[in-house]
Design a binder for this molecule. Structure first.
Ligand SMILES: *Cc1c(COP(=O)(O)O)cnc(C)c1O
Length: 452
């Protein structure tokens, strides 16, 4: 006779999810399908853990954002922020919808080129551009967003050397009433640095100043900050016209719109407090339309929306490895994915649903990842129906910054699939294996053998 498993019981009050002031508790509704495909089938076919991207949600979100802006302002262009999620399949959905590319490194720049984005529709941002990066961007006619004076001088030298007129914008940082102020990128509006840079560019006559750019922060819950930013950008553009008779072709308001994820420690859930695309669009377009541009001189409005565009479309599926009791009696559940795959669990309280029928009883639990590392915590405290070994879970809103900031630490990275509009599943990135990792390693000759 096999011995039955025994665990010393812990007596704890169970909570059925009483209604609090925000309504009934949620989280006990099993999430069994994604766009018509069963979670258990996805895991059976592609393994656990597994990232899943919904093409439908990507396109729906893009169209919502596009319509919020283009119904309020005549001339709008989105540029996809590669660093937010640079899986080619994701980028190409946005490019098919009409997005340009927005990149912050040579690696991302080359990725956008290889995806087929024309050079003049790749916006090159960021403080890290080498002389060679500049040469390539100038040759391709890409808009180069200048971050600092060293970059400005370098571009002036290159324009002589290459006998070309680089197309540039400058990045502006400013006080929009939000603390802390992001002032490490670009030139400051209030203290005159921005005008310094503008004067240098205009007097040099070597660079074509086609735009002004700002990116005032990320996960910005205050939509009115964008109104302030748009007014200040418009003020610069109008005064450049007055002083130099030069029209600025575009104002790029960057990214930073909040997604519907909930920040750690937030009182209200993200889906209750995050402004809608319409809220942001209202503030930006009102500021631009009232700024004093002649109707036929309204600049193109560029938006580099990242997280708010892609977060909802990403899911992470995983499985329960084990349960245990902590020394204080708390329930702990160990999952097969951790902070290695979910970088955003450091600042979000991600919603996690069971993927199969579950009990309506709930218990406070801590969710751990599989890493042998104390900080590998997915949720510090979450009320969930008790999950058993082998049960599957769905983590919501992981489309932004996880598939780019994930770490190859202790474990190899899993597959990513995309569910298309007909519920067909496509592999868009394979899992890593030992050969993939070893491919990059070199062992010096004298270290190739040993005896033990
Ligand atoms: C990161 C970044 C974005 C995208 O930001 P989100 O907060 O994800 O919308 C856009 N523009 C620039 C310059 C960035 O660095």
């Amino acid at each position: 006779m096999t011995k039955l498993r025994y665990e010393r019981p812990v007596i704890k009050a169970l909570n059925t999810g009483v209604t609090n002031k925000f309504g009934a508790q949620q989280g006990f509704i099993p999430h069994t399908h994604i766009d018509g495909v069963a979670v258990k089938d996805l895991i059976a076919e592609h393994g656990s853990p597994l990232f899943v991207i919904s093409e439908k949600t990507l396109r729906d979100t893009y169209r919502k954002a596009k319509s919020a802006f283009s119904t309020r302002y005549p001339n709008v262009q989105f540029a996809w922020s590669y660093k937010t999620n640079y899986m080619n399949a994701v980028c190409n959905v946005f490019h098919q919808e009409g997005s340009w590319g927005e990149v912050v490194s040579r690696f991302e720049y080359e990725k956008a080129l290889r995806n087929g984005v024309p050079g003049d529709k790749i916006i090159f941002n960021g403080p890290d551009k080498t002389t060679d990066d500049h040469r390539v961007a100038i040759a391709n006619g890409s808009p180069i967003h200048i971050d600092h004076l060293d970059e400005l001088y370098s571009l002036i030298e290159l324009s002589d050397e290459m006998d070309k007129r680089p197309r540039v914008a400058i990045r502006i940082n400013m006080d929009t009433g939000i603390q802390p102020m992001w002032d490490r990128f670009g030139f400051n509006y209030e203290n005159g640095q921005a005008w310094d840079a503008i004067n240098k560019i205009m007097h040099s006559k070597k660079l074509d100043l086609i735009g002004l750019h700002c990116h005032i922060g990320t996960y910005m819950l205050a939509a009115q900050a964008y109104g302030v930013a748009a007014s200040k950008m418009a003020d610069l553009a109008l005064n450049i016209k007055k002083k130099f008779g030069h029209s600025i072709h575009y104002l790029d308001l960057g990214g930073g719109f909040a997604s519907k994820n909930t920040l750690k420690g937030a009182y209200l859930s993200g889906s209750d407090v995050a402004p809608t695309f319409a809220d942001y669009a209202e503030h930006i377009s009102t500021a631009l339309l009232n700024a004093g541009f002649e109707p036929d001189e309204l600049p193109l409005l560029i938006l580099e929306t990242g997280r708010a565009m892609v977060d909802d479309a990403g899911y992470l599926l995983g499985s329960v490895l084990a349960n245990k009791r902590l020394s204080d009696g708390r329930r702990a559940t160990i999952l097969d994915f951790g902070v290695n795959l979910m970088f955003t669990s450091f600042w979000y309280e991600h919603t996690i649903s069971p993927a199969q029928e579950c009990s309506q009883y709930a218990e406070d639990a801590v969710l751990y990842g599989p890493l042998c590392m104390n900080i590998d915590v997915i949720r510090e405290n979450v009320k969930l129906p008790p999950l058993n070994k082998g049960d599957q879970v769905v983590v919501h809103r992981v489309g932004a910054y996880n598939m780019t900031q994930w770490m190859q630490f202790i474990a190899l990275r899993p597959r990513i699939v995309m569910v298309d509009l007909d519920s067909k599943v496509h592999l868009v990135r394979d899992s890593e294996d030992l050969d993939y990792m070893m491919h990059l390693e070199r062992v010096p000759e004298h270290l190739k053998s040993f005896e033990l």
